[in-house]
Ligand binder design. Structure first.
Ligand code: HEC
Ligand code: HEC
Ligand code: HEC
Ligand code: HEC
Ligand code: HEC
Ligand code: HEC
Length: 199
């Protein structure tokens, strides 16, 4: 059968391939995030609705665009009746559970909006900064499924940084005459993570 189709000529073969790809390539569902939350239930998942990303009135925000799929990628196969969530997760996972997309794809998913191509949004520089290293992604520091992202709050920031900078937990060097009080100052007051190095 297969051989026959190809033997019949290039055009047929291409049509056949197109059909398969249409069936295998997920599209955006255009559905409400509630339809994802039916299965991905729980406080943590739901909390995203209360933050900047969950604003349905803001057409720059994920929930004002393709909902959960603005970050996770098209999920039509994932939610299709045939699969019901099994086997074909959305294209972009951030490594928190089982699925991890390649590092550059994870970063690109966030930078799609935070990198300047989204109208009306300030650019948050990352490429070329100290942390633009292959072992670091946005979610090494940020949690988006959280009521409060610990790295954005001074008092809880140091702990996030210590996951990699264990040496500083043992003892940060003195700045001036003393070691800074991190529970009050955090780290980013002095180390601007999203600032390009001066040359
Ligand atoms: C019918 C239930 C169901 C629905 C609806 C559903 N999911 Fe899932 N989802 C699952 C299950 C089950 C898994 C675990 C997949 C596996 O083990 O193969 C999963 C896995 C995932 C993962 C990967 C998690 C990981 O392991 O890292 C993401 C991301 C995800 N779903 C997002 C979504 C989004 C976005 C939607 C809405 C467009 C959605 N899901 C709708 C059941 C569902
Ligand atoms: C569809 C667009 C879109 C995508 C994709 C997106 N964001 Fe956002 N993000 C926004 C908007 C809009 C805001 C609110 C910004 C504002 O008010 O200027 C925001 C705010 C933030 C903030 C600040 C939150 C606060 O409380 O101040 C962080 C941190 C953030 N995003 C991280 C991420 C990360 C990490 C990813 C990828 C996992 C991501 N974003 C993907 C649109 C997006
Ligand atoms: C090394 C840790 C780290 C990494 C990696 C990181 N961030 Fe941040 N990010 C921070 C910190 C800390 C702040 C708060 C800045 C402050 O308090 O001065 C922040 C702030 C932000 C903000 C709020 C706006 C701003 O500029 O303050 C956005 C949006 C954001 N990050 C998006 C991202 C995206 C997108 C990525 C990946 C491309 C990323 N971050 C990677 C630590 C990180
Ligand atoms: C702003 C981008 C963004 C949006 C919007 C978003 N996610 Fe996520 N998702 C992430 C990131 C990043 C992670 C890694 C964990 C974290 O940062 O909290 C993640 C993790 C997950 C996981 C892995 C399992 C887990 O417990 O962490 C699932 C499942 C998931 N998201 C489903 C959803 C669903 C359902 C929605 C819509 C209600 C959604 N996501 C909206 C970025 C996003
Ligand atoms: C996922 C791991 C990871 C996390 C989390 C992390 N960093 Fe880093 N950090 C790195 C890597 C990798 C480098 C680059 C080291 C190098 O080039 O030798 C770096 C470099 C630095 C440097 C420059 C050090 C130097 O040698 O010049 C500073 C300052 C720094 N990080 C601060 C922070 C702060 C503040 C936070 C929390 C907001 C943080 N880091 C979170 C991995 C991490
Ligand atoms: C009061 C300002 C201040 C605060 C707060 C601060 N640092 Fe620093 N940090 C410095 C100075 C100054 C240096 C030495 C000069 C440099 O390398 O930038 C330094 C150096 C570093 C280095 C590089 C060390 C090396 O060997 O090159 C890292 C990594 C670092 N800090 C991480 C952190 C982390 C993580 C936190 C939060 C727990 C933090 N810093 C809080 C000012 C500060």
């Amino acid at each position: 059968m297969l051989a026959l189709m190809f033997a019949a000529g290039g055009v047929h073969a291409e049509q056949w391939l197109d059909e398969i790809l249409v069936h295998r390539t997920p599209a955006f569902t255009g559905e409400n995030p509630e339809n994802c939350l039916v299965c991905h239930s729980g406080e943590r998942m739901r909390s995203i609705a209360d933050g900047a990303h969950g604003d349905t009135e803001d057409d720059r925000a994920p929930f004002g665009n393709n909902g959960c799929e603005s970050c996770h990628g098209p999920a039509s196969i994932h939610v299709s009746r045939a699969h019901g969530g099994k086997g074909f997760p959305p294209l972009i996972g951030f490594g928190y559970a089982k699925v991890a997309a390649p590092r550059d794809q994870q970063v690109a998913a966030c930078m799609y909006c935070h990198g300047g191509s989204q109208e009306g949004m300030e650019v948050t520089p990352f490429e070329g900064t100290t942390h633009d290293k292959w072992i670091v992604t946005c979610s090494s520091c940020h949690q988006v499924h959280a009521e409060e992202d610990p790295v954005m709050t001074r008092s809880t920031q140091a702990k996030v940084c210590y996951t990699c900078h264990a040496e500083q937990e043992e003892g940060h060097q003195k700045v001036g005459r003393r070691v800074p009080d991190f529970s009050r100052m955090g780290c980013a007051g002095c180390h601007k993570v999203h600032r390009l190095p001066k040359n």
